[in-house]
Write a protein that binds this ligand. Structure first.
Ligand code: SAM
Length: 249
C-alpha cells in the first residue's frame, strides 16, 4: 500500500489526540447527521437486544443504547477511543463490553452473536481498498444473527466533498503509484490528526458491498446534502449527502 495511506491509517488508529478531540473535530456533524442517525436507529430498533457498534469512535451510540437498556458491545481499532469510552461508561455507571479489533478481522467474535450490528459516521470510509471494505461488511454479516440487522452509514461522493476538494482528489488519484482507488482521498482532517485517508461511497458501491456479504437490503435512506434530513427525490446518487443502508442475511 502507498506509504501515505499507510501512515494516514496508522495515525487514525493510534492517535490519542484524535480520540480526545473527536467531538470537537467532528462538530459540524453534531446537530445534523449525529442527531439524525440516532433517531433513525431508535425508530429501527424497536425491540431491545444485543447491539454491536463495530466502529464506535467516542461511543455516542454505545452510551445511547446502554442507557436504553440494550446489551451493548463496542469496538474500535484505536485503543485510545476504547479507553475513553470505558471511562465514560464507568462515570455514567453504564455497562458495555468493549473490544479493540480491526473490523476486517472479527474472528474473535462468534458467528450469529448480535441482533444489531452498526457502523455509523462513515467509518467504513476510513478503510483503504475495496477488498478490505468487503471483508468488513462480510464480518458484520457473519456476526449478526439470521434475523438481525446490519446498519451502515456512508458519505456520498457528491455530497460531502466541496468544490475545492475536487482538484486535490483528482491529483491524488492520478499520481503514479498513489495506491488510491476511485473516490479515495488523502485530506487534511484537523491539527492533531493531520492528513488522513477517506474513501467516499457511491450508492452503487454500498449496494455491491451488501450484496457481496449476502445482506438483503431492508431499508435504505438517502440523506440531504447537509445530512440533517432526508432526500426523497428521484436523483439519490447525485443529490444525497450520504446514505444509511439496513441489511439482513
Ligand atoms: C468517523 S469515526 C465514527 C465513529 C462513530 N461510529 C460515530 O459515528 O461517532 C470512525 C471510527 O471508526 C474507527 N475505525 C476506522 N477503521 C476501523 C477499522 N478498520 N476497525 C475498527 N475501527 C475502525 C476509527 O478509529 C474511528 O473511531
Amino acid at each position: 500500500m502507498d506509504k501515505r495511506i499507510e501512515e494516514a491509517v496508522k495515525r487514525e488508529s493510534t492517535s490519542k489526540d484524535y480520540a480526545l478531540e473527536y467531538y470537537e473535530a467532528e462538530k459540524e456533524l453534531l446537530d445534523g447527521l449525529f442527531s439524525l442517525d440516532t433517531e433513525f436507529l431508535d425508530s429501527l430498533f424497536t425491540r431491545k437486544g444485543k447491539l454491536f457498534d463495530a466502529t464506535m469512535g467516542r461511543g455516542r451510540h454505545v452510551i445511547h443504547f446502554a442507557k436504553r437498556g440494550f446489551e451493548v458491545f463496542g469496538n474500535d481499532y484505536n485503543r485510545n477511543m476504547v479507553e475513553l469510552v470505558r471511562k465514560d461508561l464507568n462515570r455514567l455507571k453504564l455497562k458495555a463490553r468493549l473490544y479493540n479489533h480491526n473490523i476486517t478481522d472479527l474472528s474473535r467474535i462468534k458467528d450469529n452473536s448480535f441482533d444489531y450490528v452498526i457502523s455509523m459516521g462513515h467509518s467504513l470510509g476510513c478503510i483503504p481498498k475495496i477488498k478490505n471494505r468487503e471483508k468488513a461488511v462480510k464480518e458484520f454479516a457473519r456476526v449478526v444473527k439470521p434475523d438481525g440487522l446490519v446498519v451502515v452509514h456512508g458519505h456520498n461522493i457528491f455530497g460531502d466533498i466541496s468544490l475545492e476538494d475536487v482538484l486535490p482528489m483528482l491529483k491524488c488519484c492520478i499520481l503514479p503509484g498513489s495506491g488510491l482507488e476511485p473516490r479515495d482521498m488523502i485530506y487534511f482532517h484537523s491539527k492533531n490528526l493531520g492528513h488522513t485517508f477517506i474513501h467516499y461511497f457511491s450508492l452503487n458501491e454500498l449496494h455491491r458491498l451488501f450484496a457481496a456479504a449476502g445482506l438483503k437490503i431492508q431499508k435504505k435512506a438517502g440523506l440531504n446534502w447537509k445530512q440533517n434530513g432526508y432526500y426523497r427525490g428521484p436523483l439519490k446518487s447525485l443529490m444525497c449527502g450520504g446514505f444509511i443502508f439496513v441489511g439482513k442475511k
